[in-house]
Ligand binder design. Sequence first.
Ligand SMILES: [Zn+2]
Length: 424
Amino acid sequence: MHFQLASLNLSEAAPDLDADGALAPETLFAKGDSALAKVLHRGPFHSSSTVQNAAYASFLETPIGIAVLVLARRLISSRPSIAKNWSLCKKYLENTVKIACSAEREIDEDGCEVLYGRAGLLYGLLYLKKALNDFSSSSIFSSLQEDFISEYYDSLKGLVSDGTLQQVVESIIIRGKHGSRIYSQEFRNHRTPPLPPLMWIWHGKRYLGGAHGVAGILQVLLSCPNVVIEPHLVEIIPTIEWLVGLQDLAGNWPTKAPSNYREGHQVNELVQWCHGAPGMLILLTTLLRRAPGDVPQELRDKIISSLRCGAAVVYEQGLLRKGVGICHGVAGSVFALLAVSDALDADSEERPYLTFALHLAHLATFYESFTAQGHMRTPDHPWSLYEGVAGMCCAWGEVLRRMGSETLRSLECSGQPGYDDLFT
Ligand SMILES: [Zn+2]
């Protein structure tokens, strides 16, 4: 069963994409709604259903993503399948938020990562908040009946209020501090560089990258409104500084937190969003964009040099053999280079990092022949957003938009979908 957005296969819902006008936004939205309807038909949304554990409540890999999309689409779509499931999806999300915010007797540092856990739920709430904000500032808002606004807009505002976001954030931060204390105990008899004030685990391992690790969790935390996240910058910024210090000489990062700083230089082989430089680069650019006044000049300089070094390794190794998807494929490399372009290209007319991204995006157009020749593998979900061609389509669209495409200029696509697309 496919409830996960990350592996949702849209091709079965869109067999006639070669028709004229197939790429028009209204056609694509209709196809998307139709795919949602099919998933809803098989989905877990009934009156008594609920998420059992907030550690499995993410936007990308659990039914929460479907619920969030239904709530957001209902604001502008009256398609029967969406209207019919709206209340159940709202209840499902409300129950999940309640579980995520409820006090627990024993805190552990697990279950907070983006792909499955609490940071993924937080992303879903932020996505919905953005949809509500966009809706309230749209031209149709003032012409709508009060009943509609009250039922479908006002009733969702509490679910994504700063107070609710604050509770989910607190739950993640408390676990991060707990994880940091345990991590520090492992070094109590050693002289080490300063250890991070926040640390989490996933399946017992201290991952660092975008999908399961520290970088992905911090990325979503930094995407929260200022009033929510400012009290926690005192822990977040030193944790990011610690991550910068782990970059190796080639420009990449380890998959996991070091267990012994005396191990010396190691080779970090994975250069992909889920593990390695791409996820780190997106986080570093987000910090510069979201909290510029809170980053001391010395750290800012370190981050810029880290971005240059990391972007070089992503460009050199970013034509990945695992396919063109976002998670461990070329699209993830392209989104990382576009993020670096946003941060550093303003200083140069040549826009070198956009050029790097464009080159990889162009090479990815040959993915079928690379695959046929055995240079590239076919992923498990070849059409999906995070493993397959759908993610690469988003990356191609993003590159074209930055090149000035008239067709795409009006679209609000900016950044990696499901991760780094909450702010323009
Ligand atoms: Zn991956």
